[in-house]
Design a protein around this ligand. Structure first.
Ligand SMILES: Cc1cc2nc3c(=O)[nH]c(=O)nc-3n(C[C@H](O)[C@H](O)[C@H](O)COP(=O)(O)OP(=O)(O)OC[C@H]3O[C@@H](n4cnc5c(N)ncnc54)[C@H](O)[C@@H]3O)c2cc1C
Length: 468
């Protein structure tokens, strides 16, 4: 019997550890990533020719970044690695990919598919966020990590969650001027959050240290803010931001760039195209693909690991990637993988459960500010790709009777643009739920559509990778 074809999408922490487990068991997986280099988000590699060392690029995570990169280098000759290759669709048992420099799409038949597609920023619109000079936190971080650039000369960060403080600290360390960090989370987190946060005391300690360092660097730190508007002119970009502080006073900060984000959203379109079932998680108010403790989705042969399934951070992604690969091999009756699965399963599950506890603590301490959707003025843009305003979404509910997100999409074009609703889908659902006075889960979620990201229209498809 020939070896099974196992395909891994993503070469971040989850994908690399999945590939490592597969190679250790004697398989030669196919690794697909749309990026130029491996590493994923947190351990993103700098472009060729840039020479910053690991400590500068990755700070306290330098040794983990180094270890993951070394692991990948050692794997290179044992895997079929396809960089700059987008996985754009999944049909029964087949992954469809396209290489950015070529005009043909490839159809790969797989026996097991491990999707490690990561996450993106989760964004809540603010009036004026469509002005030039507004970035997501992730984009602000990529500018710094990949290009050694700041997004502006006087930067304000707005949002909530650990990434808010982390990116602000990275900017300060790199010598950029950070004017303020404006956090929408309540001043005092609920007691229930503490239990979760204490499950990883070292991370909690690092977070607190970061806040102190920002204060010492002269950055204004405000918690409990409500964003009111980002100011500026269409031809000049951002000039300031106005929020209401925890005491209800209006505060204005002059700035030429705003980095914003509220935690992350799982990048789950591929899971959707694979027809995996999803369920609504009330705590984070997002739809997540259903998985068992080892990463098996509801579709046989499709496994999900890392941020694309549960946002557990980089360590969690590494553990989840390995566990999903071991589970896949066990299900494929691959004897070495199966033995290793029996050996490691319980330890990895336990590790993930602890990380999930921390995730829950974070979600409670830094909640998604869904209430802001109701307060958004009608003229505020929600979908930046298609310039769809909050008022237009409300009109679809009030005048056209729409109450479901895909229905509103058909009427308004919300989520129909280049980002395919990645950055506006969650907020649009909240705007609709608020105006229709219904729970957000009944509004549903934008259905994944192929291609998940833009590709050349003249791409022709060829087949490869016959199934055993
Ligand atoms: C913008 C951003 C910044 C972050 N910064 C930090 C940080 O500084 N510190 C920290 O501790 N955590 C950070 N995180 C969280 C951390 O990156 C993750 O927890 C961790 O990287 C998750 O690993 P992963 O392997 O699941 O996904 P990722 O590391 O995100 O890797 C996913 C990979 O999949 C590829 N991919 C996705 N979709 C496709 C597709 N359709 N076709 C082909 N390839 C695809 C991507 O190119 C990427 O390389 C950040 C997350 C984001 C989104």
């Amino acid at each position: 019997m020939s070896a099974p074809t196992v395909v891994v999408v993503g070469t971040g922490p989850a994908g690399v550890r999945a590939a490592q487990a597969l190679v250790e068991a004697g398989l030669r997986p196919i690794l697909i990533d749309e990026g130029l280099r491996d590493g994923g988000q947190i351990y993103r590699r700098q472009p060729e020719g840039f020479k910053r060392d690991y400590a500068v690029l990755y700070g306290g995570e330098a040794s983990k970044a180094h270890d993951l990169h070394q692991t990948f280098e050692a794997l290179r000759q044992h895997v079929d690695y396809r960089s700059e290759t987008l996985a754009w669709n999944i049909t029964e048992g087949h992954l469809h990919t396209v290489q950015s420099s070529q005009a043909h799409s490839e159809e790969i038949a797989f026996d097991a598919l491990i999707i490690c597609s990561g996450a993106t920023d989760r964004l809540m619109p603010v009036q004026g966020w469509n002005l030039a000079g507004c970035f997501s936190l992730g984009a602000a971080q990529i500018a710094l990590k990949a290009q050694a650039c700041s997004i502006g000369s006087r930067v304000v960060f707005l949002g909530s969650g650990p990434l808010l403080y982390l990116v602000a600290s990275q900017y300060v360390k790199a010598g950029a001027k950070v004017v303020a960090v404006l956090d929408t989370a309540p001043l005092i987190p609920p007691l229930a959050a503490l239990r979760g946060l204490l499950s990883r005391p070292l991370l909690l300690w690092r977070g607190l240290q970061m806040m102190v360092q920002l204060k010492l660097a002269g950055v204004a730190l405000l918690k409990g803010v409500k964003p009111l508007r980002i100011e500026g002119l269409p031809d000049q970009g951002v000039s300031g931001i106005v929020v209401s502080d925890s005491a209800g006073r209006e505060r204005q900060f002059s700035t030429d760039a705003v980095g914003m984000g509220w935690h992350l959203r799982a990048e789950s379109q591929l899971a959707d195209l694979a027809a995996c079932e999803f369920s609504f998680e009330p705590m984070s108010r997002q739809w997540l693909p259903r998985i068992d403790p080892d990463g098996r989705s509801s579709q046989a042969g499709v496994y999900l690991a890392g941020d694309g399934a549960r946002i557990l951070g980089a360590d969690g992604a590494e553990a989840a990637g390995r566990l999903a690969a071991l589970a896949a091999m066990s299900d494929l009756q691959q004897s070495t993988g199966r033995a290793q699965y029996q050996l490691e399963r319980d330890r990895l599950r336990q590790q993930l459960a602890q990380m999930d506890q921390f995730r829950r603590g974070l979600a409670q301490a830094f909640p998604w500010p869904y209430q802001h959707a109701e307060a958004l003025p009608d003229e505020a843009v929600v979908c930046r790709c298609e310039a769809i305003s909050a008022g237009e979404l409300r009109r679809c509910v009030q005048e056209l009777g729409s109450r479901e997100l895909n229905h509103v999409k058909a009427f308004s074009r919300v989520g129909m643009g280049r980002c395919q609703g990645r950055y506006c889908g969650h907020a649009a659902a909240e705007v609709i739920a608020a105006v229709a006075h219904i729970p957000v889960e009944t509004v549903g979620r934008l259905r994944g559509q192929a291609p998940v990201k833009p590709m050349l229209m003249n791409a022709r498809e060829v087949s490869s990778g016959a199934r055993s």
